[in-house]
Design a protein around this ligand. Sequence first.
Ligand code: C2E
Ligand code: MG
Ligand code: MG
Length: 284
Amino acid sequence: QAKHQGKNAYRFFGPELDTYAARRLRPEQTLRDAIERREFEIHYQPQLKTVDGNLAGVEALLRWRNPQEIIQPGEFIPLLEDTGLITQLTDWILGDACRQIAAWRAADFPDLTLAVNLSPLQLEQPNLADSLRDTLGASGLPPEALEIEITEHALLHAEQGQEVMNQLRRQGIRLAIDDFGRGHLSLAYLHRFAVDTLKIERGFIREAMTDRDSANTTGAVIALARQLGIRTLAKGIETPEQWHWVSDQGCDMAQGYLIGKPLPPDRFIDWATNQRVMTLESLD
Ligand code: C2E
Ligand code: MG
Ligand code: MG
């Protein structure tokens, strides 16, 4: 019955509905097709320095645009990981994003940096460091302009993870711990590991606004990271109150909808050109 309806639907509504249904029925093949059809695109979200509101960098965030809708990564990254397709796609993301940022640096934003998320699986890829060196070389982006984001969990559980990360560090690529606070890594460990940036989860910032203990804890993490020479970035900044609070705590960078949502490249560069400096006042 379902099959029969699917066929009818295809006939009446064309290939779009077929894709939509297929995503549920044949997820792996649908993802392969989507890669083939170049339906994945990269959006960029700004990261600002809190000290002066200047644009410092961008985080690359993957989107899947099919004929019906734009699908967010939460819906398809796990499947890309399960099928191993994430490796192939990440090579493309890194290549495309490095070229894009190199172009923006050459045009108008000479110090712009790029952050890219890696899946735990990628840390098991023994040739990751070599492949990144090639990608950087081809794009002309200097290694110190690239920051690889991994979760605490991935760093702890990937068998080769720490060795691969060390190789990246030796090449001058920066390392950020995403989702900091969820896992069990101590700051001292991260320091020894030469982590450059801690990305503090949105929930911790949000809770700090209403709960004194949370505020103290998150404030202490920022202060200790600072003493260890690790940069901090507050994620999910949605209100001026949060922006002011993280700035006051000495958090180095901030990212969130208040500042800017992830945007496709052409719209991002419009935004960046018009809103090059976000002053504290302009956020109120
Ligand atoms: P993440 O690395 O923690 O990325 C931050 C997520 O928070 C993004 O969701 C972003 O759109 C969202 N966000 C940013 N500012 C705000 C805010 O102010 N409020 C709220 N509520 N959310 C905000 P997105 O783009 O849906 O990505 C979700 C996750 O998917 C990412 O979390 C990352 O773990 C993963 N992901 C995205 N792109 C890639 C990729 O290229 N490769 C891999 N391996 N994972 C990716
Ligand atoms: Mg991230
Ligand atoms: Mg997250």
